[in-house]
Design a protein around this ligand. Sequence first.
Ligand SMILES: NC(=O)C1=CN([C@@H]2O[C@H](COP(=O)(O)OP(=O)(O)OC[C@H]3O[C@@H](n4cnc5c(N)ncnc54)[C@H](O)[C@@H]3O)[C@@H](O)[C@H]2O)C=CC1
Ligand SMILES: O=C(CO)COP(=O)(O)O
Length: 422
Amino acid sequence: MSSAADSSRGNGPASGTTKEEAASLPPHPAALTTRCAAVLGGGSFGTALSQLLARQGTQVRLWMRDKAVIESINERHENPKYLAGQNLSEKIKATSSVAEAVSGVAVVLLAVPTAYFRGFLLEHMSVLPVGVPLICCSKGIENDTLLTPFEIMEYELPGKYHRYIVVLSGPSFAKEVINGKPTSVTIAARDPAIAKLAQYYVSDKLFRAYRSTDVIGVEICGAIKNVYAIAAGACDGCDFGFDGRAAMITRGLAEIARLAVIKGANPLTISGLAGVGDLVLTCTGNLSRNWQVGNRLAQGEKLEDVIKSMKMVAEGVNTAKSLMQMVKKYNIEMPIAEEVYKVLYEGKSIEEAMNSLSSRALGEEIDDTVKEVVGLPAGPSAPVVARQAGSGLRQSSLTLPGAGGIGVDDQHTPSKLVEHLP
Ligand SMILES: NC(=O)C1=CN([C@@H]2O[C@H](COP(=O)(O)OP(=O)(O)OC[C@H]3O[C@@H](n4cnc5c(N)ncnc54)[C@H](O)[C@@H]3O)[C@@H](O)[C@H]2O)C=CC1
Ligand SMILES: O=C(CO)COP(=O)(O)O
C-alpha cells in the first residue's frame, strides 16, 4: 500500500494538486522522475529519507543489516525497529546487499552512524557507483582521527569519487520528515553543480534543500550541535529555565563558531540551517536523542543505562570525546563541550558542571578567532562606531551616569575603575 504522500513531486501533478500548485513545483525533467535511489542505513533517518524519496516518485533500495526488518519492510511496509507504526511506500525495497542497493541508481544517500561509517565504507566501497552524488547524512566526528564522515569519504575513496561527495545537514527529525512536516536543510558539495543536482534530487515542497559549497562548515555544525543538545537536555532536566537554555544555545553557538572557523568554515554557514537551525531544533525539541540523553542524566540515570535502553544512536556521546581531543589539538576554548565530556565520562554532576561554567572569568562576547575571520581587530572591542546621516562616521558617546549628580571624580571614572577589575 502506498502512503498518501506518494508522488507529491512526480512526473505530473499529484492527485489533488491544483494547476497553480503544480506550476510552483521545481522543473522536473522526465529522465529524472523515473530514477532509482539507494539509501544505505536503515535506521530512523535512512528510513525517513527513503520515504521522502519514494513520495517524490523515486524507486528506493534501502540497505540494512537486520533480516527481520528487511522482511517487514518488503512484506508489511513498516520498519518496526526504528519507526514503528509508520506506513512506508511500496516503492521502498529493503535489501541486505549494498551491491544490489546501488546498482543503476542516480543517487546514493548514506545514513550510517559515524562510529561505523569508515568500516562500512571500507567494506563496501568497491561497489559504490562513480559519477552519481553520494550524499552523506551522518552527523558526527570520529574519535581519534577527528574526521567527519565527508572527510572520511575523501580520505578512503579514490579521487574519481571526490567530486560527487555531498553533505546533507540541517534541522530534520526523522519522525517529522517521514510525516511530511515542512523541513529545510542545507546540502553542500565542493562542486556547485553537484550540490545543485543533489539539491534537486531530494527537494520537494515539504523538504527544501538550500545549497552551499561550504562542506566543512555544514558538517562541523551538524556534528557538534549534538554535544550542545546534550547540554540543553541537561539544563532542562535540572530546570535551569528558559534563560539558562537560551544561554546554553547561544554560548554553544560561539563554541561551534570557534571550531568551525578554525576548520576553515565560512562563518555565515554558522547562522544557517546546518548551524543555528539544527542547534535550535535539537536543543529545544524533545524528539532529539541527544537532548534526551542530557535530560535523562539530569533525572539521575546512568549513561550506560540511557544508551542501552535508547536503542538509537545519540552521536553527541561519541562526538563529545572527539571535541575534547580537538580542544587540545587546536588549543581552543570550548568550555560547555568540556563540561559535557566531564559529565558523560568523569562522573561530574550537572550542577557542578553548571557551577564551573558560571564561575568562569567574565569575557568578551565575540572572541578573537571569529573576529579575525570577519575582519575585526583582535583584542578588546574598539569603541562602537555609528553612522550619522550627513556627517560620516562618529564615535558613539558614553554618558556617565554620575555626571549629573552622583559625583564622578577623576579617580572614579569608568576608565579608572575598570583598571581594578581582573
Ligand atoms: N534520526 C534523525 O532524526 C536524524 C539522524 N541523522 C544522522 O543519521 C545517522 C544515522 O542515524 P539514525 O538513522 O537516526 O540511527 P538510528 O539510531 O535510528 O539507527 C541506527 C543505525 O545504525 C546502524 N548500525 C548499527 N550498527 C552498525 C554497524 N556496525 N554497521 C553499520 N550500521 C550499523 C543500524 O543498522 C541503523 O541503521 C546519524 O549520524 C544521525 O546523527 C541526521 C539527521 C536526523
Ligand atoms: O540531527 C537531528 C535532527 O536534525 C537528530 O537529532 P538527534 O540525533 O539528537 O535525534
